[in-house]
Design a protein around this ligand. Structure first.
Ligand code: GRF
Length: 214
């Protein structure tokens, strides 16, 4: 059984998808938020998962916050720390401490559109395929080894909200899958690329051709 700690900042729908997946080899040891008002905390509490808040506004520096956060996480002896809509940039020391056991989901097909406002930027760029990426976290933002991606078509009627909704549906599919693979001990990183035991192709789900029906 692998211990999983999930970090959230808000709604927590990805955390919810991971919890609902009820992965047999994964124990959700805690959900930790940097915001006391994060909506996802109530879902976690209702599911008898230990909930904690490490409020970043109470700390004078990023390093002080990260140290407090790491102490709260490490109390649960995690095999994997899952960033699920956790909206804080983490210090290099924090990332190093969790090297190989820190995952993130990003709402774009990385390496396209790292950073914020991915759906707006995808629409502005006119891409025909957009999506989401689960990756291991390294010191460079939104840049670590890719575990799984899912693609969605961008159609002429899409706006930021509709595209976000399409991508979020895929996030809820691929994040539990990535956590499951990790918990089953099937992931390893070689030369900056993720290898999945039992599969010799890159793990891509839901790739849909971009066809605009006008
Ligand atoms: C998701 O779109 C995730 O990819 C991004 O922030 C959003 C969080 O949503 N990092 P939720 O809190 O999981 O509902």
């Amino acid at each position: 059984m692998k211990n999983i700690v999930i970090l959230i900042s808000g709604r927590g729908s990805n955390m919810e998808a991971i919890v609902r997946a009820a992965i047999p080899s994964a124990h959700i040891a805690a959900v930790i938020s940097n915001r006391p008002t994060a909506g996802g905390l109530s879902f976690a509490a209702e599911h008898d998962i230990a909930c904690e808040v490490v409020d970043h506004t109470a700390y004078g520096s990023r390093e002080a916050f990260d140290a407090a956060l790491a102490a709260a996480i490490d109390a649960h002896e995690p095999d994997l720390v899952v960033l699920a809509g956790f909206m804080r940039v983490l210090s290099d020391g924090f990332v190093e401490h969790y090297a190989g056991r820190l995952m993130n989901i990003h709402p774009s097909l990385l390496p396209s559109f790292p950073g914020l406002h991915t759906h707006r930027r995808a629409l502005e760029a006119g891409v025909r395929i957009h999506g989401a990426t689960v990756h291991f976290v390294t010191a460079t933002l939104d840049c670590g080894p890719i575990v799984i991606q899912a693609a969605v078509p961008v159609t002429s009627g899409d706006d930021e909200a509709s595209l976000a909704a399409k991508v979020l549906r895929e996030e809820h599919r691929i994040y539990p899958q990535a956590v499951r693979w990790f918990a089953e001990g099937r992931l390893r990183v070689e030369d900056g690329r993720v290898k999945l035991a039992g599969a010799d192709v890159p793990a891509v789900l839901g790739c849909v051709p971009a066809i605009d029906a006008d």
